[in-house]
Design a protein. Structure first.
Ligand SMILES: [Zn+2]
Length: 267
C-alpha cells in the first residue's frame, strides 16, 4: 500500500506537486522541461522510491535532481536511493553525518525498525553557500539560504510562477528553533521570504491551502514575543507596582526569563 499521497492543488502552477506522508511531512516534485526536481527525499528508501515513481509519472523521460531543504531526518533520509545529484547547503552535508544525526537514526530505528532500520545516512553531494540557480528550461529554481530553523536551511523560489517552497523556515503555528538554530537568523529569513512577495507558498509542515500569509503571521508572532519581552524588561513596570511584597521574587524570575528570550530574539 502506498505511503505517499499527492495533495490537492489549491491554485498554484500544475508543474509543482505537493506530496504528503501522513501528517508527518510534505515533499515536492517540480516538473521542468529538463529535470524532475525532488525537493526533499522523504524518510526512508521506500518512501523515496515512491516519490521517484510519482515524479516519473508526472514528468516521464526526464533526468532527476534532488534537493535537501536541510538535513533533518524527515527531509533527507531518502537520499540513499539517489545516483542523481543531491543539492543542498554546504552545512547540510556536515549535519547529515554528525553525532546528532546518528543518534536520531538510532532512536528512530529502535522505535520503528520496520520503517527506519534500513536508512543509511547519505549526505547531499552538490553543495553551495548562499544561492544556487537551477535552470529547468521553462522553470527556474532559486535555492536560497534561509537559516534559523537550522543553520543549513534553504528555501526554493520559482520566480516564473511566484511560488515559494519554504521548507521548515515557516510553519503553522510558528517555526521551531532548535539548539542548532537561531531566532535572529530565522526572523531575517522570514523577512527575506516575505519580501519575495510570493503568490503561492508551500511548507513541509502546514496544510497546502495555508498560503503566503503564514510568513507574515510567523513574523508577527516573533515581533510580539519581542515586544512582550521588552515590556517585561522595563523597570518602570516594577516601580508602578511597588508595595507588593510578593513581587520582587516573581519579577526577578520573569525578568531573567525575558532576558534570556531577548538574547535569543535579537542576538
Ligand atoms: Zn521537518
Amino acid at each position: 500500500m502506498p505511503n505517499l499521497r499527492v495533495l490537492d492543488n489549491c491554485g498554484w502552477d500544475g508543474r509543482i506537486l505537493a506530496v504528503g506522508l501522513d501528517d508527518l511531512v510534505q515533499s515536492f516534485i517540480v516538473v521542468t522541461r529538463r529535470f524532475n526536481v525532488l525537493v526533499d527525499t522523504m524518510v526512508n528508501q521506500e518512501t523515496a522510491l515512491e516519490l521517484v515513481d510519482l515524479a516519473r509519472q508526472a514528468g516521464p523521460g526526464r533526468e532527476l535532481l534532488a534537493v535537501n531543504t536541510h538535513a533533518d531526518w524527515d527531509h533527507f533520509w531518502g537520499n540513499q536511493i539517489f545516483a542523481a545529484p543531491i543539492l543542498a547547503h554546504r552545512l547540510a552535508a556536515e549535519r547529515a553525518l554528525d553525532l546528532r544525526a546518528r543518534e536520531d537514526l538510532r532512536e528512530h530505528a529502535a522505535r520503528e525498525p520496520e520503517r527506519y532500520a534500513g536508512v543509511r545516512l547519505t549526505p547531499p553531494n552538490v553543495l553551495f553557500d548562499e544561492r544556487l540557480t537551477v535552470d529547468g528550461g521553462d522553470l527556474t529554481l532559486e535555492l536560497l539560504r534561509t537559516p534559523g530553523h537550522t543553520i543549513d536551511h534553504i528555501a526554493v523560489y520559482l520566480p516564473e510562477v511566484g511560488l515559494l517552497l519554504a521548507g521548515d523556515a515557516a510553519e503553522e503555528p510558528f517555526p521551531l528553533v532548535g539548539d542548532r538554530g537561531c531566532l535572529t537568523a530565522l526572523r531575517a529569513s522570514l523577512r527575506a521570504m516575505r519580501d519575495l512577495r510570493p503568490r503561492h507558498a508551500l511548507y513541509c509542515h502546514a496544510p497546502v491551502e495555508t498560503g503566503p500569509a503564514l510568513l507574515d503571521r510567523n513574523l508577527r508572532h516573533f515581533d510580539e514575543m519581542e515586544r512582550r519581552c521588552r515590556s517585561g524588561l522595563d523597570f518602570s513596570l516594577l516601580e508602578a507596582t511597588g508595595g507588593r511584597t510578593d513581587l520582587p521574587g516573581f519579577y526577578a524570575e520573569s525578568h531573567a526569563r525575558a532576558l534570556e528570550l531577548m538574547r535569543r530574539l535579537i542576538r
